[in-house]
Design a protein around this ligand. Structure first.
Ligand code: MN
Length: 287
């Protein structure tokens, strides 16, 4: 099943190039703030699934192109990310550590954007602003101290994710949390539709040129171990997002670029890059 958010908090099921609205199945008014409709849908999915399937087979659909897709989860409890989780990328960054020995970090939830939103570059001079092509995991059933054998059962689904990053020495959370620095989409593909998440081709192109091309079988800390590590520290909640790390080939984006991320069995999205007016601060002015 492919589940999407669209048109200011409405929820839908995607079938080929069409979408069926199911907002009414989640007990929240459409447009409710904060936008937690998909989080509730994920939390209550066991109960809702037959009703969603029924709606998908009986209701009228509209063309996917006639709606504005949004980040499938816009208000998670947390957005977790693993750095240095592909060997070749860790080498290109000259990292002295790897995800399995250093652990994870957090990005601000407010930097999440959707498949119809541009990437807005902050108005800072000097440092490069890089794309990072990543597979996103959505937590379904939450928990703390999740075991390796149970870990995969806690995954609700997957999407494409870009972990946008200002390179530099400033605190990582600040460099990675500018608004629009975490495009996610185009929708959630539920875990049952992915044949093997540990063997997915992922690719990122800039203006049509391939910059990153890899397979999730090259992950250092694999998907179940990422869940074990995160849940050893924090209770995971339905809708929590894990950015699994980026392979080699990261590089700068500039205003006017068009960047496309594509992950096998998961989907693709193409985003324009524009220059923003806000973003500079003392930390970026102090070398
Ligand atoms: Mn990353």
């Amino acid at each position: 099943m492919k589940l999407a958010s669209f048109d200011r908090g409405r929820l839908g099921v995607v079938h080929d190039d069409r979408i069926i609205e199911i907002s009414d199945l989640v007990p929240l008014p459409a447009g409710f703030w904060p936008p937690v409709g998909m989080v509730k849908l994920i939390a209550e999915f066991a109960t809702l699934k037959p009703r969603i399937e029924d709606a998908a087979s009986t209701r009228k659909s509209v063309p996917l192109a006639s709606v504005r897709l949004e980040a499938p989860v816009q208000w998670p409890n947390k957005l977790i990310a693993y750095p240095a989780n592909y060997h070749a990328h860790a080498l290109e960054m000259r990292s002295t550590y790897r995800a399995n020995t250093r652990g994870f970090f957090l990005k601000a939830n407010s930097c999440i954007s959707g498949p119809a939103d541009p990437i807005v570059l902050p108005a800072i001079k000097g440092p490069e602003i890089h794309h990072e092509c990543e597979l996103a995991i959505f937590i379904g059933r939450g928990g703390r101290g999740i075991s390796l054998t149970d870990a995969m059962d806690h995954i609700f689904g997957y999407a494409c994710l870009m972990d946008m990053t200002v390179r530099g020495e400033q605190e990582r959370v600040m460099r990675k949390s500018f608004d629009t620095f975490c495009p996610i989409g185009p929708y959630i593909v539920t875990a049952d539709e992915i044949s093997d998440p540990a063997n997915l081709d992922l690719q990122l192109t800039v203006n049509g040129a391939v910059k990153q091309k890899a397979n999730t079988n090259d992950l250092i800390l694999d998907i179940p171990n990422m869940i074990v590590m995160a849940s050893s520290v924090m209770t995971l909640y339905p809708g929590d997002i894990i950015a699994t790390g980026t392979p080699e080939g990261v590089g700068p984006l500039a205003a006017g670029d068009e960047v496309t991320i594509r992950i096998a069995e998961v989907g693709a999205m193409t985003l324009p890059v524009v220059q923003g007016a806000i973003g500079d601060n003392l930390a970026f002015q102090t070398k």
